[in-house]
Design a protein around this ligand. Structure first.
Ligand SMILES: [Mg+2]
Length: 364
């Protein structure tokens, strides 16, 4: 390992069509536009990383992510791959407002390093691999849209549904009721994407209770900076509250634990980078905080990389890695998730196991 160096690294914009715009209370994705980061080692091994740029959620842009990753591509060159993870240390601060760039850099280096070691990425996180099963999202829309989406999801064989709420209170109630009627035996996760206040959330859950609907959890009911609101919801409902946007760093995860602000955390590489995501997950587990693994609008490269963490470390109760099901185009090679949402990484020989399908045509 010490004699293997990073020969070169490059960066490209990575685009794909979506089968449907992905609508949440915070905005929508009309297409996938991410940044692909590639490293090539002196022994010929390649590693790939993806930055999923979610401008309407994090404020990150393609331009800044490209600029940062171009800098990183230049700076990691000629370093030994064995210098990872200290090699990425200096980028943590520099990419503080652009964590998806950090995630892409770490992903590519981890991919390359585990390929050199001829081990699947999940082994970096644990000593055995578990099959994990993703939910699928019912995006914002009307009742009809929700019913159609739920029918499609159930037809695939997926039996946990994440319903986006936080748009229109009454419409959301009717949507959740319609989905739960169709998916009686399936757990339903609600995700408000910061769209409610604490009072609205508690009222919403009460209304659902009247309809005898018990969601498995409610994710990020209130604006991310509204910690009092988050705690208010957590203290006043029996439904599990999961923090997503409120926890975008190790420090915020620590605060959540200390203040008992929620019972679960949605871990996403794009919010913190990979190494910090792992640290958050470990700390949360020590404090009996439940875990979800999630993502932004990502190709199977990044979703599979995330699946490696959940499958290797274990203890993730909620899997939300359904982005590949919203893509209208296949732009990656290697698939470890089936139509029914099962990620089975047993067959991954080395690295993430997924690579860009046609890197030469992706120059952006
Ligand atoms: Mg969420």
């Amino acid at each position: 390992m010490h004699s293997i160096f990073i020969k070169k690294a490059d960066v490209r914009i990575w685009r794909a069509k979506l089968s449907t715009p992905f609508r949440t209370a915070k905005g929508q994705h009309d297409f996938l536009a991410n940044v692909l980061f590639r490293v090539e080692l002196t022994n010929g091994t390649q590693g790939f990383g993806e930055a999923a740029v979610a401008t309407h959620i994090t404020g990150e842009t393609i331009e800044v992510t490209l600029k940062h990753l171009k800098e990183a591509a230049w700076e990691v060159q000629d370093h030994s791959i064995a210098a990872f993870p200290s090699l990425t240390e200096k980028f943590k601060e520099r990419f503080a407002g652009n964590k998806c760039a950090l995630a892409a850099l770490e992903m590519a280096l981890l991919d390359a390093m585990t390929r050199v070691k001829k081990m699947p990425l999940w082994r970096a996180f644990g000593n055995r691999v578990r099959k994990i099963r993703t939910d699928m999202t019912v995006i914002l829309g009307d009742v009809n849209d929700a019913e159609n989406a739920a029918r499609e999801i159930l037809k695939r064989g997926i039996c946990s549904l994440k319903v986006k709420v936080g748009g229109n209170f009454d419409m959301d109630l009717r949507r959740v009721a319609a989905v739960s009627k169709l998916a009686k035996r399936c757990p339903i996760y609600l995700d408000a994407n910061q769209g409610f206040t604490a009072v609205q959330t508690l009222k919403f859950l009460k209304e659902l209770d009247k309809l005898k609907i018990t969601p498995a959890l409610i994710e990020q009911p209130v604006p991310k900076e509204d910690w009092e609101g988050l705690k208010n919801v957590t203290r006043n409902t029996k439904i599990l509250v999961c923090a997503d946007e409120s926890v975008s760093s190790f420090e915020e995860a620590k605060r959540l634990i200390k203040e008992k602000a929620a019972g679960a955390i949605n871990i996403k590489y794009m919010k913190t980078g990979i190494l910090e995501a792992y640290e958050i997950a470990r700390m949360a587990q020590q404090h009996h905080i439940q875990l979800m693994i999630g993502g932004m609008m990502e190709t199977p490269l990044a979703t599979t990389a995330s699946a490696h963490l959940a499958a290797g470390l274990g203890g993730f109760d909620f899997i939300d890695l359904d982005a590949p099901f919203f893509m209208a185009q296949t732009i990656t090679r290697g698939s470890y998730v089936n139509k029914a949402g099962v990620y089975d990484l047993c067959g991954v020989k080395a690295g993430i196991g997924v690579t860009p399908q046609n890197p030469v045509n992706l120059r952006g």
